[in-house]
Design a protein around this ligand. Structure first.
Ligand SMILES: Nc1ncnc2c1ncn2[C@@H]1O[C@H](COP(=O)(O)OP(=O)(O)OP(=O)(O)O)[C@@H](O)[C@H]1O
Ligand SMILES: [Mg+2]
Length: 266
């Protein structure tokens, strides 16, 4: 080890295997006009795994994704990627660092084609034109979107639009991919396809995926590990079997925990 490595590398970092790493939110709190959206939330997304995030409406899931991806700043707490603090990076910087996300509602260029949408995303992240073209074609192929490549993104079936959102995120060559309700509105067949797609993204590309969805069948089938948020707090976490069998999960979905924890702070 060189002395420069020794001065900039923590002990924890040295113990990580080469292909490992994680995106970690630590003790995140965030309020909006006195209402606590998140209170000391901690969550870890390992590379090559699918981490599920569930909780009732208003639990703070999207706020956490906004903070992890740089669209919001936490009031308190930190975000680290592979043991490097990236809390204060902007969304663009985080994207360049390797954190990509999809949005709950669209965020596509509706007047551009499917292929162009993915190319623009690669270009914005620093690829040259030729590289962006190659990257975009490869991603469309992986997501079974090639037949749609020339069509306008403004006129796509719902399932295709959702996959295009993932394709745009993948075009930034992420290490971590945050998917905020990517499967909303998909039928059973599309859902199964989608699950296979995200499994191959995490396993083949060694990407750490955060999957938010209200469809419990998808979450429990796809996730390696699951976090439950309610009222802006961590209420439960564990392997799918552990979470499935815990009655706290049912309670939080009934809203009991959510309504008691989400009261405005004075
Ligand atoms: N920009 C904002 N301004 C004011 N309040 C906000 C803002 N963003 C989120 N909130 C509030 O923070 C809380 C958490 O919202 P968030 O969107 O993170 O929940 P969610 O778990 O993603 O819900 P859903 O399942 O409905 O998508 C809610 O009370 C919401 O109204
Ligand atoms: Mg949300």
């Amino acid at each position: 080890m060189t002395s420069s490595q020794a001065s900039s590398t923590s002990v924890e970092e040295l113990e990580l295997p080469l292909s490992a790493g994680f995106l970690r939110a630590e003790g995140i709190s965030r309020s909006f006009r006195g209402v606590k959206a998140l209170a000391e939330v901690t969550l870890e997304i390992p590379r090559g795994r699918i981490t599920g995030l569930i909780g009732p409406n208003g639990a703070g899931k999207s706020t956490l994704v906004n903070i992890l991806s740089g669209y919001e700043r936490p009031d308190i707490g930190s975000v680290a990627m592979n043991n490097v603090d990236i809390t204060r990076q902007t969304a663009h910087q985080k994207s360049r660092s390797g954190v990509a996300r999809t949005f709950q509602h669209g965020h596509l260029f509706r007047s551009l084609s499917v292929l162009e949408n993915v190319q623009v995303s690669a270009l914005a992240n620093g690829s040259g034109r030729r590289q962006a073209q190659r990257t975009a074609v490869g991603i469309l192929d992986r997501l079974d979107l090639l037949p749609w490549g020339g069509l306008s993104a403004g006129h796509l079936p719902h399932g295709v639009e959702r996959r295009l959102g993932v394709a745009r995120a993948l075009a930034t060559a992420p290490e971590y991919l945050l998917l905020d309700e990517p499967a909303a509105g998909l039928n059973d067949g599309e859902m199964e396809n989608f699950r296979n797609t995200i499994h191959s993204i995490s396993a083949d590309l060694n990407i750490g995926v955060l999957l938010i969805d209200h469809n419990m069948r998808l979450i429990f089938a796809a996730s390696d590990y699951i976090y439950v948020l309610a009222g802006g707090q961590n209420v439960l976490q564990g392997d799918p079997d552990v979470v499935r069998s815990d009655e706290k999960l049912a309670t939080s979905y009934l809203g009991t925990i959510a309504s008691t924890l989400a009261k405005p702070t004075s």
